[in-house]
Design a protein around this ligand. Sequence first.
Ligand code: NAI
Ligand code: MG
Length: 366
Amino acid sequence: SNKKLLVLPGDGIGPEVMREVRRVVDWFDKRQAVRFDLEEDLVGGAAIDAHGVPLADATMEKAMNVDAVLLGAVGGPQWDSLDFNIKPERGLLRLRKEMELFANLRPALCFDALVDASTLKPEIVSGLDIMIVRELTGGVYFGEPRGIEELPSGERRGINTQVYTTSEIKRVAAVAFDLARKRDNRVCSVEKANVMESGVLWRDEVTKLHDAEFKDVELSHMYADNCSMQLVRAPKQFDVIVTDNLFGDMLSDTAAMLTGSLGMLPSASLGDIDETGRRKAMYEPVHGSAPDIAGEDKANPLATLLSFAMMLRYSFDLGEDADLIETAVKNVLNEGKRTGDIVAPGATMVSTTGMGDAVLSALDHL
Ligand code: NAI
Ligand code: MG
């Protein structure tokens, strides 16, 4: 049956990169192996201009009822002076909150043609393909009590609380184990059980879930400080890393720098499986709306395209189709075609549209 997609291009370069991705979606649609019912709507500044809010209720309703959401980027200087509650970013936050997207997937995939863009030596990152799964709706960013108090002594005290429940840990760990089965079948669970109670519980619950339901997946544990070191020293030792909100925030940014440009980094955020067997999911590039290059046909569409590939792989179990996209991207890069953000000596500069053309042509040749 047809897959229902909601496409939210957003602001700045969002609509520019999404236009190229829609051409690739059409390419897959034409092959008939998989059909998409695609609907496009507004989010962020574009929605503020049209409706006065960064995400209309009707759009939220659509997002709740499709198989997957594909988002470009939101924000821009023209909306910076608005109140926090109606800023473009609130549109994104509303989607994440109401869809309860608790697992944030950030792959670090190193294309050989871009190995020089890494901050590390080629032999350390060449062929790298790891996935960081960050818990996104719990932990110290949301735990109570929190606040800043005045003490009788006149000192002030800032408080945040790291809290995780068994169900919060198990659901994100289950996502990580599921993903591992579609990859290299290995999960490394990361916490600081040596100094944190929530870390002790984390390790315990991940281990219990593994032993009960995912015995076929290889599970290891690592302290977060060691993990940050290992990511830079020998990142290829990892397949899937699962960790909490705070450690995941930092480790995924570290991993991102292993592979170079923002214009190449996809992501996914997953929620629970509903009564119809569908897992709530939103796919988006890691980068923002890049107002500095918006409207100039310069943006790299590959991060958004690779986000669509993740959708095929993880929402629709179309791993071979996802591989087609990744191979096409690899071939285009090997041909030396580059947008401005990843340009290298001897490469051919292409526009956003030019990159779209190149990917479609590469797909035709596979
Ligand atoms: P940004 O990611 O938009 O841009 C950072 C730098 O990277 C810029 O120089 C930009 O030109 C470049 N860049 C980013 N994506 C690129 C691409 N696909 N191709 C080529 N170059 C690319 O981050 P920045 O400048 O901090 O934020 C700009 C706006 O985007 C702000 O309004 C911010 O709030 C918003 N933003 C939105 C996000 C989202 O929608 N998820 C995430 C991050 C920022
Ligand atoms: Mg961060």
